[in-house]
Design a protein around this ligand. Structure first.
Ligand code: ARG
Length: 459
């Protein structure tokens, strides 16, 4: 039988395959609440402008609440024949309130309707992402406060570079996540315009009040161009790009946790709550949560690429291609929230092995730069020469099979005669980090300032 929404010019209903490729209800039912919220705002506006009689609108708005409670109560039956959430809701509304329901779609199209619903959904996810990021930042702050002066190796090329503090390393992620949250905030501000009232693409001849619906739905203003309003999916793309960058940060930290928790590093112990065992190797405690967080970037970035690819060739205004925006975005959002929550839990629970961190910090000639700086400061040596002298000392230590602090003063003097006993003060890792007091540096006093600033910001 022909479709109830547009049966007028159709003699036959769709092929089963057509229905399968066309229907979006299996996934867009996640926007039911937004759809009903949008319809209620649209209906109220139709009454206020006199476009639809007030008593019909009252029945419609009441009926929509009934539909919502059926959906939330799990008694609503979705139908693929009704294609999407918009027509499923409207069809049920018709059963509840009768022919008056047919007036709801006056001065509206599914094109502005879906853009509005999806925007409302994505906007909620931007807020949820910010909340999740801030929770993780607080967990990192807790770690930073506990270990503002624990020393650990800082790496470049994953080779020992210079000692840093645990707090400094944790705060590096707090900074990254701060940028992530601000990307979601910026995107949220930019996206917050209402597509509702753009109708199919050209606007409408009815005397609608777009400011009224925009305000009712918490938008800052109506989108200014009706073609753009229904053709725009930038808001989802910005969400996915911000999510990709954030997931990339989570993935880098996850990689560090995988390395740090290995038997070779022993920098941290992950809690039982965020690890798994092996079915064959009894000794194993695997960092699965970290590994999965590391992997989530794949699907999130994939969603971003997929939607960019869907959008890039579309002529204005709406094309059905755009229905492919939702599953990807839903999946990316779900997995970003999950990754944030899992990372927060892992960070809260993880225990740093302070002794291993310190031992590792002291190995690998990590204070060689401190030695070179001492030569510059104390002997007024040009840095390039100091670099060379220190290099020779590292070579000597390597040949003797010891570390820099283990060399004798005589060893030191065999390379440069003016070196004094005072040099040994700068070879200790605690002195090394304490000396790096430049703004943004790893010295515990600087790290504590960064922590205090973020505590004030995050409350
Ligand atoms: N299910 C559609 C979507 O997700 C709703 C819009 C349909 N509009 C149309 N002109 N067929 O995009």
């Amino acid at each position: 039988k022909a479709n109830t929404m547009w049966g007028g010019r159709f003699a036959a209903g769709p092929d089963a395959i057509m229905e399968a490729i066309n229907a979006s209800i299996s996934f867009d039912q996640r926007m039911a609440r937004q759809d009903i919220e949008g319809s209620r705002a649209h209906a109220a506006m139709l009454a206020a402008t006199g476009i639809v009689d007030g008593s019909d609108v009252e029945a419609i708005r009441e009926g929509l609440l009934t539909v919502l409670s059926e959906i939330e109560g799990g008694t609503f039956t979705y139908s693929a024949a009704l294609e999407d959430i918009h027509m499923n809701v409207e069809s049920r509304l018709t059963e509840i309130v009768g022919p008056a329901a047919g007036r709801l779609h006056t001065a509206r199209s599914r094109n502005d309707q879906v853009a509005t619903d999806f925007k409302l959904w994505v906007r909620d996810q931007m807020d949820a992402a910010i909340t999740g990021i801030e929770a993780l930042q607080r967990a990192l702050l807790g770690q930073a406060e506990a270990g503002a002066d624990w020393v650990m190796p800082g790496f470049t090329h994953l080779q020992t570079a210079q000692p840093v503090t645990w707090g400094h390393h944790m705060m590096a992620y707090v900074e990254m996540l701060g940028r992530d949250a601000s990307r979601f905030r910026d995107a949220r501000t930019r996206m917050n315009t209402s597509p509702l009232g753009a109708a199919a693409l050209a606007g409408t001849s009815f005397p609608i009040d777009r400011d009224m619906t925009s305000k009712a739905l918490g938008f800052d203003r109506p989108a200014a161009n009706s073609l753009d309003a229904v053709a725009d999916r930038d808001f989802a793309l910005e969400f996915l790009s911000a999510a990709s960058i954030c997931a990339m940060h989570l993935s880098r930290f996850a990689e560090e946790l995988v390395i740090w928790s290995s038997a070779q590093f022993r920098f941290v112990a992950l809690s039982d709550r965020f690890s798994t065992g092996s079915s064959i190797m009894p000794q194993k405690k695997n960092p699965d949560a970290a590994e999965l967080i590391r992997a989530k970037i794949g699907r999130i970035f994939g969603a971003n690429v997929a939607l960019m690819t869907v959008m890039k060739g579309l002529p204005l205004a709406y094309s059905k291609d755009m229905q492919e925006d939702k599953e990807q975005t839903f999946d990316a959002a779900d997995n970003l929230m999950l990754a944030l929550a899992a990372m927060e839990g892992m960070v809260r629970d993880m225990e740093a092995n302070v002794a291993s961190l310190e031992a590792a910090a002291a190995s690998g000639f990590s204070t060689a730069t401190d030695l070179a700086d001492w030569l510059v400061r104390t002997l007024d040596m040009p840095f390039r020469e100091a670099h060379h002298v220190t290099g020779s000392l590292v070579k000597l230590a390597e040949d003797k099979g010891c570390d820099l602090p283990d060399l004798t003063l005589a060893d030191m003097r065999s390379v440069h005669g003016d070196i004094t006993q005072a040099v040994f003060d700068v070879l200790g890792v605690h002195n090394s980090v304490a000396s790096r007091v430049s703004y943004g540096g790893t010295a515990p006093v600087r790290v504590r300032e960064q922590i205090a600033q973020w505590r004030a910001e995050l409350g």
